[in-house]
Write a protein that binds this ligand. Structure first.
Ligand code: BAL
Ligand code: ZN
Length: 882
């Protein structure tokens, strides 16, 4: 397959001004009539008009009112090229598509008998021939026609301007979107759906209609999405002065969906997972996920839709920025400083768990990639989460007000345009009179930078020198890296654990702050603090001020001290994680040397004491304590090893959990009792934090695997009035030898058989359970509720096992890898996008011991040798093997 390069960008040969579409919706064969007006782009070197189309039957092609003769155009593989058209063109195209057969879930498809579309990135070309690229923005008018009984609801972007019957039991609706948009934001929905609706008054006094559409029977699960939408609208007005520009804003839930959700103009289409919630079926995590995804899609209306991307290499322009916005939204909604810190820790955990490995593996790419084979493979944690970190660094460097000025200028300059990441950076620089040239390297260089910290205290001179040294490992196609512009937030703690006032030598300062942002721009720089009256303990990279790996030498005692005292909550958490990581790596080495792990050693250790102190510190938010007392995940530990040994890591993490479970058993029990949340369920941050800590305590207690522990879990399972507590108890039981284990799993399924999202949880928790091996997963695949065709279901069982159960997946006989290969191949035939995601699982195969490597390589080869591999999967596998 062909590689597309950023450097090859050329402007389109024609702009499209208007698009009128008529759909005759039929699951077997939908006819699409499109009329568009185009105008030659004088800046393009190309004379011909090239449209793209995929899996389409072309029925008719007319230009300026006349049929085109065969000599005037060429129909290639995926392209329709019209030779040397006049400057102004009206094209009429009729195409036929087959929605019911479309299992890729791109373009127009059918889910549970209803029609949906997904057009980002390149799905519109499965609906009609079109210059399907984001820099071509047009105004759309759409008429939908369908059987009235089967498809009573007909929706598209913008405003409903007309509807009525057309005889034969059919009806129609006409939608007009007043805003120009790229084709990837086109959407339609048709079917049997019901909605919760509310009118909402904007700050300006204008009233808007808000709707959340779901399948019949789900109206008891839409309130949280609706509340989240209203919160999003208010937040964007307050924080960024951005108003909803439409009179109607719709969210539609669909159970077959490749992504989390999609920001189509005025008609957001969501995976049911990010809409449906009530206490019976949804966990606190689900509630938080819905809030952030509803926010994310809503915020795209300005960052993505009003200002969009020139080409797909600029994807992070909208995604990094919009993730940053949704992160800030969630943090602001919690409101408290400690709540913000908890949100920050959670976001950084995702970055480390998923993005750092990506940045160190064969698919590593810059935030603004230089090339791709299949753009769908670049909806990555690098584009999204690292992209959000890059946006966050502007705010760290410029301050909140400076960041806002940059945003204002960005919209002032680019509203209605398709632009580049560089345009965003220019707006930030110009609005603040700052030179951000070097900052571009965050967009162009892949890899996670390392930041080494060396310190020197001079008691006589009372100075403290902090030397920062940066480096960045090579990544595919980038052997050498230039130094980044890195904001390093720092504080210095005195012996009592208090922040010392910071004064830099050679700087004019009005005040001496507790935290200062040092700007590292060279490979090595020394920053010297003055009037430092005692040797401090440094707290570096506060709030995780840059997406780097921090290399700093602390003693165990210093880490325990920081964990207990740092005024920066992020670094308090970080200190505990470092302490745990150090111990986990040491023990992993011991396991590999066949040494026995001993409890006694741990009970007297710093880690045990530090964990006990954090657990019992009533001044700390329960949500924070839950994070502080959770050991680094097996994946995060794996990334710290030169040669990953999944079995040793698993043994060590389990050993440490059991040790902490038994040595702190009384403390866990106290925390368990103290953090119950009786009464009516509420997903607010305080209550959710309590449940999180209580359920962490439960999971530790059940590590003891005795009758009392089993009883505690069983009682919680039987009496829970919400899914968070229910599933936590079931998970604990599933990971134990409790006699009620099998009964609980069975009864849970029976109770929730009709709730697809809960059945997903049921599969997922078994897939990730310690005792579930490949054979058990194969058995679960035979369950009548299992299907590979539904992405959520495939993810719940297959992905959860391959990515979330490392010690079983990496079975020494290679059976996990064979299973993986079979599923990638099976999914490839159904849904290439989902298959390519699963294909990423073996990205890091070169990091394992030779015996495992060999078996992984064989599995990769097996996939590579498959006939009719999609370019999605082919790109991932080729990059992994090469
Ligand atoms: N644009 C794809 C889905 C999302 O990032 O919102
Ligand atoms: Zn997005």
């Amino acid at each position: 397959p062909q590689t597309i390069y950023r450097k090859d960008y050329t402007p389109p040969s024609y702009w499209v001004d208007t698009v009128e579409m008529g759909f005759d919706l039929d699951p077997e064969a939908t006819h699409v009539a499109t009329r568009m007006t185009l105008r030659r782009n004088p800046d393009s070197p190309n004379r011909n008009l090239v449209l793209v189309g995929e899996s389409l039957r072309l029925e008719q092609l007319r230009m300026n009112g006349k049929d085109l003769s065969k000599r005037q155009y060429a129909l290639g593989r995926g392209t329709l090229e019209i030779f040397n058209p006049p400057d102004n063109v009206t094209l009429e195209i009729e195409t036929v598509t087959h929605p019911a057969m479309n299992t890729s879930l791109m373009g127009l498809y059918v889910s549970n008998g209803n029609f949906f579309t997904q057009c980002e990135a390149e799905g519109f070309r499965k609906i009609t021939y079109f210059p399907d690229r984001p820099d071509v923005m047009a105004k759309y008018t759409v008429m939908l026609r369908a059987d009235k009984e089967k498809y009573p609801v007909l929706l598209s972007n913008g405003n409903l301007i007309e509807q009525g019957d057309i005889g034969d039991g059919r009806h129609y609706a006409v939608w007009e979107d007043p805003f120009k948009k790229p084709s990837y934001l086109f959407a339609l929905v048709a079917g049997k759906l019901v909605c919760q609706e509310e009118t909402y008054t904007l700050k300006s006094g204008r009233e808007v209609l808000l709707q959340v559409w779901v399948e019949d029977g789900n109206l008891d699960k839409t309130q949280h999405a609706m509340d989240s939408l209203k919160n999003s609208i208010r937040w964007d007005e307050e924080r960024f002065g951005l108003e909803l520009d439409l009179d109607r804003f719709m969210i539609v839930a669909v159970s077959d969906f490749n992504m989390g959700a999609m920001e189509n103009k005025g008609l957001n289409i969501f995976n049911t997972k990010f809409v449906l919630a009530n206490p019976r079926i949804a966990t606190d995590t689900d509630y938080a996920g819905i809030e952030s995804v509803v926010g994310h899609e809503y915020f795209h209306n300005w960052t993505g839709n009003r200002v969009t991307c020139r080409d797909w290499f600029q994807l992070s322009l909208k995604e990094g920025l919009t993730v940053f916005r949704d992160q800030e939204f969630s943090a602001d909604l919690i409101g408290t400083d400690s709540g913000r810190a908890v949100k920050r820790i959670e976001d950084v955990r995702v970055l480390r768990q998923a993005q750092f490995p990506e940045d160190a593996g064969p698919m590593a790419h810059p935030v603004r990639p230089d090339s791709y084979v299949e753009i769908n493979n670049f909806y990555t944690v690098t584009i999204y989460e690292k992209g959000a970190e890059v946006v966050r660094m502007y705010q760290t460097l410029l301050g909140r007000d400076g960041f806002r000025k940059g945003m204002d200028l960005y919209f002032e300059r680019h509203d209605g345009q398709a632009v580049e990441c560089d345009d965003f950076r220019a707006a930030m620089a110009d609005a603040n009179g700052r030179d951000l040239k070097q900052f571009e390297l965050w967009y162009s260089q892949a890899g996670t930078p390392r930041l080494k910290v060396d310190t020197e205290y001079d008691a006589d001179a009372q100075t403290y020198a902090v030397t920062l040294t940066q480096s960045c490992p090579p990544t595919p196609g980038q052997a050498e890296k230039q130094p980044f512009h890195i904001p390093v937030a720092i504080g210095l703690l005195d012996a009592r654990g208090k922040d010392m006032p910071l004064r830099l030598e050679g700087e004019q300062q009005d005040e001496a702050p507790a935290t200062m942002v040092l700007e590292l721009t060279e490979a090595t720089q020394t920053f010297r603090f003055k009037q430092v009256t005692e040797r401090p303990v440094p707290s570096v990279l506060r709030g995780f001020s840059a997406p780097v790996v921090l290399d700093i030498a602390y003693t165990d005692d210093e880490l325990a001290f920081l964990m207990a005292n740092d005024s920066d909550a992020f670094n308090r958490w970080e200190a505990g994680q470092r302490l745990a990581m150090r111990r986990m790596l040491a023990l992993t080495g011991a396991v590999q040397n066949n040494q026995a792990l001993s409890d006694a050693e741990l009970e007297e250790g710093t880690l045990n004491d530090a964990f006990r102190a954090a657990l019992n510190d009533e001044a700390l938010d329960p949500a924070f304590r839950e994070l502080a007392l959770t050991l680094p995940s097996e994946t995060v530990v794996a990334e710290q090893m030169d040669v990953i040994d999944p079995h040793a890591i698993h043994a060590v993490r389990r050993f440490l959990r059991r040790s902490l479970a038994s040595s702190l058993r009384g403390d866990w029990m106290v925390a368990y009792q103290a953090n119950r949340t009786p009464g009516t369920y509420s997903p607010d941050a305080i209550a959710a934090g309590k449940r999180a800590l209580k359920n962490l305590a439960l999971s530790y207690i059940v590590e003891n695997d005795d009758a009392d522990a089993h009883h505690l879990a069983q009682t919680q399972y039987d009496n829970a009035n919400n899914m968070t507590d229910r599933i936590a108890a079931l998970t604990a039981l599933a990971n134990s030898s409790a006699p009620g284990r099998a009964d609980a799993l069975n009864s849970f399924y029976e109770e929730f058989e009709q709730e697809a999202l809960v059945v997903d949880k049921w599969f997922a928790l078994q897939a990730m359970s310690r005792t579930t091996d490949v054979a058990a997963v194969r058995a679960l695949m035979k369950h009548p509720a299992f299907t590979l065709k539904n992405p959520n279901r495939a993810r719940s069982l297959i992905f959860s096992f391959c990515n979330g159960n490392p010690s079983q997946f990496h079975a020494v006989d290679g059976s996990g890898y064979q299973f993986w290969a079979e599923q990638v191949i099976a999914l490839n035939a159904i849904n290439p996008q989902v298959a390519a995601r699963l294909a990423r699982t073996l990205d890091r195969w070169r990091k394992y011991a030779p015996a495992l490597q060999e078996k992984m390589h064989a599995a990769l080869k097996k996939v590579a040798a498959t006939k009719e591999l999609s370019k999605d999967v082919l790109e991932v596998i080729t990059k992994s093997i090469s």
